[in-house]
Write a protein that binds this ligand. Structure first.
Ligand code: GDP
Ligand code: MN
Length: 375
């Protein structure tokens, strides 16, 4: 799971890694309160999307703190924009840094090497990828299991700000391990000037943190709903397992394995799944109604395929749920049902009364829905 910059910086603060003071807002109304906390002449306005490269895509803007028009314009433009496919819903307003040099520092899990890896470069910033391709000599790449002094020395030797770098690296190491991160990246790690005589200070101007999804169960600070679409959240709250894709056929089934096989079959017959919902065992009428409500709310759905293998589940109850939903929701897209097992006859009778196609074989059902959607 990718954290936003602001979430990453909150973790940095927790671990004592220096960050600029800032506030996250989601509407222009919150600008005055956020600006009150800005103590620099400029404010940096940053779109909170998890894709990188915001700087080059208009997602990082600097404005005079006292020019309210300029700040309002930048924030409202950003909140109305989409960066690399992500709708901008939050903006970070931050103290501007006086950056003398941009460094790069990251730590990640290197699965192949079965270790962590520290990557450091004196030349960080928005062009790091280009740099990595051309000037590998300026990039330090060190595997580690535990960051020891010799490793830190090797990474940062001969640098005036070596001590600060080592201190930040040790904090990053703790964060990486304690929070089950796959990546903790600071780019740029800014060498800043705070005053004429003051020594330069390193500050994390950006934060990119990826948390291992397999470890979410032991990272209770991450809300389980984070990263889910509204429909996925809705499903989760109803105890249903729902996943979104970008095709046109909605799929409801009981049993993850069967649903997966059905998705493959849809693709092989030339269709594209829009989403899938796994009802699991022992499902009744009410669950079926929730399932239909959620699956059909997805934009772009042109057909619904329901595939039920009923053991402890009863076909007639499923059928009642389908029939009731289609009556109430005035569904005007084709529905194909493949339903076998307990109370199958009764279930089919209910559906046939509603003119809903039922079939025995999954293959036939898939072919049918793919054909109907294509019409
Ligand atoms: P990214 O492009 O998504 O990685 O966004 P960053 O947060 O890394 O910002 C991109 C670039 O904006 C940085 O490399 C800096 O050059 C610049 N930038 C970001 N924050 C500040 C700041 O506070 N002061 C100055 N002068 N530049 C900044
Ligand atoms: Mn960056």
């Amino acid at each position: 799971m990718n954290l936003t910059e602001a979430e990453g910086k909150a973790l940095f603060r927790e671990y004592g890694i220096p960050t600029p003071q800032g506030t996250v807002i989601s509407s222009t109304k919150e600008i005055p309160a956020a600006l009150k906390k800005i103590t620099t002449s400029h404010v940096i306005i940053k779109a909170q999307v998890t894709s990188g490269g915001r700087g080059k895509a208009g997602g990082v803007v600097s404005a005079y703190k006292n020019k309210r028009d300029a700040v309002d314009y930048a924030v409202s433009t950003m909140l109305a924009s989409t960066i690399k496919g992500c709708k901008v819903q939050q903006v970070l307003l931050e103290n501007a840094l006086d950056i003398k040099q941009e460094l790069y520092l990251s730590m990640a899990i290197d699965r192949a090497a079965r270790s962590y890896v520290l990557v450091f470069s004196k030349k960080g910033g928005v062009d790091i990828e280009g740099l990595a391709a051309t000037a590998t000599k300026t990039i330090v790449n060190l595997p580690f299991v535990k960051l020891t002094d010799p490793i830190l020395h090797k990474a940062f030797r001969n640098l005036a700000y070596q001590t600060q770098l080592s201190a930040i690296a040790k904090k990053m190491e703790r964060l990486l391990k304690e929070k089950d991160a796959l990546l903790v990246e600071i780019n740029p790690l800014a060498l800043t000037c705070t005053g004429k005589r003051a020594a330069p200070r390193l500050v994390a101007a950006d934060a990119k943190i990826v948390i291992d999804d397999n470890a979410l169960y032991r990272q209770p600070w991450i809300s389980e709903e984070k990263g889910l679409t509204p429909l996925e959240q809705d499903a989760k709250q109803h105890g249903l397992h729902y996943v979104e894709m970008d095709g046109t056929i909605a799929v409801i089934g009981n049993g993850a394995g069967m649903v997966m096989a059905t998705l493959d079959m849809i693709s092989s017959f030339g269709g594209k799944p829009a989403n899938f919902l796994d009802l699991r065992g022992g499902t009744g009428e009410k669950t079926m109604k929730d399932a239909m409500r959620i699956c059909l709310a997805k934009k772009g759905v042109k057909g619904l395929l329901i595939t039920i293998f009923a053991g402890i589940t009863h076909c007639d109850e499923i059928a009642k749920g389908i029939a009731d939903s289609s009556k109430k929701r005035k569904i005007n897209i084709p529905i194909v049902v493949r339903m076998i097992g307990t109370n199958q006859k009764e279930g089919r009778r209910i559906l046939e009364k509603m003119n809903i196609h039922t079939l025995d074989s999954t293959e036939e059902a898939v072919k049918k829905i793919v054909g109907l959607v294509k019409k």
